[in-house]
Design a protein around this ligand. Sequence first.
Ligand code: UGA
Length: 431
Amino acid sequence: MKITIVGTGYVGLVSGVCFADMGNDVVCLDVDENKISSLKKGIIPIYEPGLKELLDKNINTQRIRFTTDKKDAYESSEIVFVCVGTPQGSNGDADLSYVFSVAEEVSHFLNTYKVIVNKSTVPVGTAEKVKRIILENNPSANFDVVSNPEFLKEGAAIKDFQNPDRVVIGSDSEKAKKMLKQLYEPVVRTGKPLMFTDIKSSELIKYASNAMLATRISFMNELSHLCEAIGADIKEVAKGVGLDSRIGTRFLQAGIGYGGSCFPKDVRALSHTLEKLNLNSDILRAVDYVNERQKKSILPKLRKTLNSLDKKKIAVWGLSFKPRTDDVREAPALSVIEQLKNEYAEVSAFDPVANDNAKKILKGIKFSDNMYDSLKEADALVILTEWDEFRNPDFEKIKKLMKQHIIIDGRNIYDKKHIEELGFIYKSVGR
Ligand code: UGA
């Protein structure tokens, strides 16, 4: 099928490359000329395992191309995926200006029937607004607007796209449903459901999914404090709770709070949607509140072991909001480092891939190119992202490099007993 992807950010790029790999003809449109000229050469602006290889393969077979030419991009396709950003607006709401400007733009190029698909994360009612904008600009246009939320996790996006738990399509048009059924056939062949629903429910499913996952995390983070107070172990609690098949084990890991470009923004946007309708959003507000509080749970642990943090040398491992991504948007690590700076600690940070992105935001700290370099003369090591390479380091080397043998593990990656036997003072979350 012929597909246009509007917006070559995270969602657009992964979707475009994966659709191309399924045999479709894909054209990706973006207003950023530099980005488009890099993508034409196979240079991708984000770190996502497997994406580069898949992009190269599909550029070579000419199933994917990149352009800034709107007429070419819109007129050559049957299905247009809107994958532009919906950042958090000033009042916590999603800012839909990019989505609406694409709606206005596409209305001028509806030369044949097209399905306009909202893949961007948009509040309930957005598809209706997109339809209205197109009709206002082109009253005789032949099109349908469909909601098709994405459920890609950074770091595992290709796998999530090719092997989804479900594909949700919100549509009131039989013709559009038929086309999307054909398009998604390869990924649901494995028995995964292609779920058709009304447009508003589809839009809400996206927010509800992210908010539910965020709620689980905040719930476990809240319980982690109880575990510390009574001497229980949150990892054991998560395991025991998760073994109940009605609950399941995933997204129950306590830590330093969730981050990224989705959970924080989507929890707040959903909360706003409820409040705008004069409905209560008590749970969502609490989820956000607990998350902000959790980011502040590392410093008290450091103070307990070091007293004052003034001029103390703190090594930080991990800056990205989670492993396998260079994304530092709303990364809890950035917040923790700002708190350390406010108490005049000297921070030496290392992340396997996110150093460069973090350098653009964090000033006044040292960045190391190597995890061990960050430890020289350190008074404490703080682990803020659970990268695999931090899981089994050379502890003897660590001991030799550090001035004091203190580890604060914000992601619970080590076995407490083992680390203490090695001679470290070890504090983690909820244990
Ligand atoms: C999330 C959702 O998982 C995707 O399904 C969704 O498509 C995406 O948002 C989106 O809306 O675009 P992502 O933000 O990439 O994906 O990352 P997650 O793997 O969900 O992790 C989010 C945060 O929660 C991370 O900071 C992670 O460290 C934290 N987390 C996750 C925990 O603290 N504990 C857990 O048990 C799991």
